[in-house]
Design a protein around this ligand. Sequence first.
Ligand code: SF4
Length: 479
Amino acid sequence: MKPLTVNFRDKAASTLKDKQIQQSLEHVYTGFFQGRLAAAGDTPDWNELRTKGKAIKDHTIAHLDYYLEQLTDNVEKNGGSVFFAEDAAEARKHIIDLAHKRNIKTVIKSKSMVSEEMGLAEAMNDEGFETIETDLGEYIIQLADETPYHLIAPAVHKSRKDVAKLLDDDFKEGDPVPDATELTMMARKKLRSVFERADMSVTGVNFAVAESGSIALVTNEGNGRMTTTVPRVHVAVMGMEKIVPSIQDLSTMLRILIRSATGQRISTYVTMINEARKSDEEEGPEEFHLVIMNNGRQKLLANPQMRESLNCLRCGACLNACPVYRKIGGHAYGWVYPGPIGSIISPVLTGLKDASNLPNASSLCGACHDACPVKINIPRMLLELRWRTAEGSTGKNERTSSYNERRIWGLWRLGMMGRRRFDFGARIASIVLRPLAKNGWLKKAPPPVSGWTSTRDFPLVASRSLKSRLHKRDRKAKP
Ligand code: SF4
């Protein structure tokens, strides 16, 4: 998927004007956010669980090479194969080559953000494989030819009417809008025959367990189990950070992930897969392949300031808590990962130059940090990226702030660092800016100044500074 992070402002502005999307986004708060709060409130050791989850992830990421090796050994011992992909292109090629070799016709997918990162469904369709999403939300956005809007609810921005139109080719404008159950049954009917003819599946991985070589999938629809059992070839794709050392660690992570994502105590299905079908078993795939992708994660690992972002479980809680995401929606972020965590991952993985607006899409209120099940300090990393943007130091030898911007901030710093210079600057501001703000001219400034002034209020600069007022008062008070 080509990053469109550069379109952030336009996309955010159009979403703010879209009443239907604004209404749909309310569910993010009333459903997911409130649900997480209730689930956390019902869990007496909630904060300790989060601390434990953070410790597990910190430890795993610090010893990632060891656990990746252990995972690989155990998957291979179980009869599966493991492929390390340096980037999305290498991962796509490996899976497409495998599909050609196995004479595959139809590929079914269950929800996976890493496969979105690879642009896998599109690439496989282009290559001539019928490739169909089976998670209901993913299926809807595949029909709409869009990208996911939310980490766990890809079609959260679609109304029932939109969904009805997409699912039913004969849907006529003005027909009564079917209810959720009716829409689900329509999708089920359409997908049933796809499951029956599929000969390859691609799933994500919520956690890979190093000590057993198993993968865990957390789903609420039956599609996850159908996808991993019906086709003869199963390919699971994961980012290299999606790993936990042991089954015991997995149980902690599942408790915090599921409560943080949907507010459930446990999801409808938690599927553990250890291997392909054994010779004496009647059901299950004949082959199991695990594709582990780097795609820039090593850059995050090598950077002590940004490494913590690899702890992310992709639960979506920070999106639900974020007052900015809840207004501008998911497509404004322009790449696979939206919301506060996307504002960190996207600039580092796709380049800060085009994504420099993302770290600024935050009020730094800290709600994301409070909501995160593994206590990732998102505001700290957003500030780090803002600093790098201002400094133009993206690690890619690219300038992210303009020459003029840097000069203006340089002058600002110079003015703030000397008493006399500060007083002189304040005097000039009261003479020049005061009349402009008083008459509302600042708001009407032409571009590029309007980019900053049109949406901000400007309190009047005082005609005289506090210091000079106090000085005058003291003089008057003297006998
Ligand atoms: S940063 Fe934390 S809250 Fe946000 S998706 Fe990742 S784990 Fe969930």
